[in-house]
Design a protein around this ligand. Structure first.
Ligand code: NAD
Length: 293
């Protein structure tokens, strides 16, 4: 039996949740957007409207399509409003206790056959599935940031995830016009398992004085054809997030090759978290980014 997904519930209306809501609605699906804070739902809806308007201005979306996408998104003031969803994606704060609490109260409100997913970037899918009443219908659906722009979605199977659930998630991502990859449930999955050690190594390269911020980024842009240098990318992701993913790899795989660079720890301790705090490997307070080392 195939599972048809027409109505999607989203928990967490932050940067990821609102991006997911937007791409689902633009693909013709009905969306229910929930958040613990009512004003976050309003802010999320505002961000979606602004993002849709930008696409219309750029000529990549018709005005009418933008309007109907917006109309397909309804706020869900409580979990009871998610009772008619075929799929619910949790995109709340990256904190295991917060996510476990959501699942333990949410399940009673869901249709018995609804698929449940998490957008976590690092927490074990198998462990989160165990906090639900449906580990076989639970899966990791890991969107990339910014959701409307990035083509890839990683699907992560927990130990109990059934084939039917995986097939439904894969078809859903296809409906969004995106490409999925499948990975088993091990720390940081595929993209972050490969990307973050590369970024961490770039920080070691800086720490050991092999090159300056500018030399390292230029070397990787022009020498490896990367669209962004690794330190520029680290600032974009957020240095606290980079550190937390390295910590998940280090703890979860117990291999010293994943040890976070002390210089990364120092930047995070200083509150220099990258673009979001206006300072990281570059200083963003002026008209053009200036390397901080
Ligand atoms: N930011 C990224 O680059 C990125 C990329 C991929 C995946 N993710 C993952 O997506 C998830 C969300 O990240 P984000 O960047 O959108 O965070 P965010 O801080 O922008 O948004 C999180 C939202 O969750 C809400 N929330 C917290 N507890 C809640 C609860 N109990 N019930 C309902 N809503 C609740 C908050 O009010 C907030 O609006 C995390 O698991 C993160 O790891 C983030």
């Amino acid at each position: 039996m195939t599972i048809d997904i027409n109505r999607v519930g989203i928990i967490g209306a932050g940067q990821m949740g609102s991006g997911i809501a937007q791409v689902c609605a633009a693909a013709g699906l009905d969306v229910r957007l929930n958040d613990r804070e009512a004003d976050r739902i309003e802010a999320g809806l505002g961000a979606i409207e602004a993002s849709l308007a930008k696409l219309v201005t750029k000529g990549s979306l018709e005005e009418a399509a933008s309007r109907s996408a917006r109309e397909r998104i309804q706020p869900a003031r409580s979990f009871a409003d998610l009772g008619d969803c075929d799929l619910v994606i949790e995109a709340a704060t990256e904190n295991e206790a917060v996510k476990r609490e959501i699942f333990s109260t949410l399940c009673a409100s869901l249709k018995p056959d609804a698929v449940l997913a998490t957008n976590t970037s690092s927490i074990s899918i198998t462990r989160l599935a165990a906090a639900t009443d449906r580990p076989e219908r639970f899966i990791g659906i890991h969107f990339m940031n910014p959701v409307p722009v990035m083509q890839l979605v990683e699907l992560i199977r927990g130990i109990a995830t059934e084939d039917q659930t995986y097939e439904a998630a894969k078809a859903f991502i296809g409906k969004l016009g995106k490409t999925s990859t499948m990975s088993e449930d091990f720390p940081a999955f595929i993209v972050n398992r490969i990307l973050l050690p590369m970024i961490n190594e770039a920080i070691y390269t800086l720490y050991e004085g092999v090159g300056s911020v500018e030399s390292i980024d230029t070397a990787m842009r022009l020498g490896a054809n990367h669209p962004m240098g690794p330190l520029q990318l680290a600032d974009f992701i957020g240095l606290d997030t980079c550190l937390s993913v390295m910590q998940v790899l280090y703890d979860g795989l117990a291999d010293s090759k994943y040890r976070p660079c002390p210089l990364l720890v120092k930047y995070v301790e200083a509150g220099w978290l990258g673009r979001k705090t206006k300072r990281g490997f570059y200083d963003y307070r002026g008209p053009t980014p200036v390397p901080t080392r």
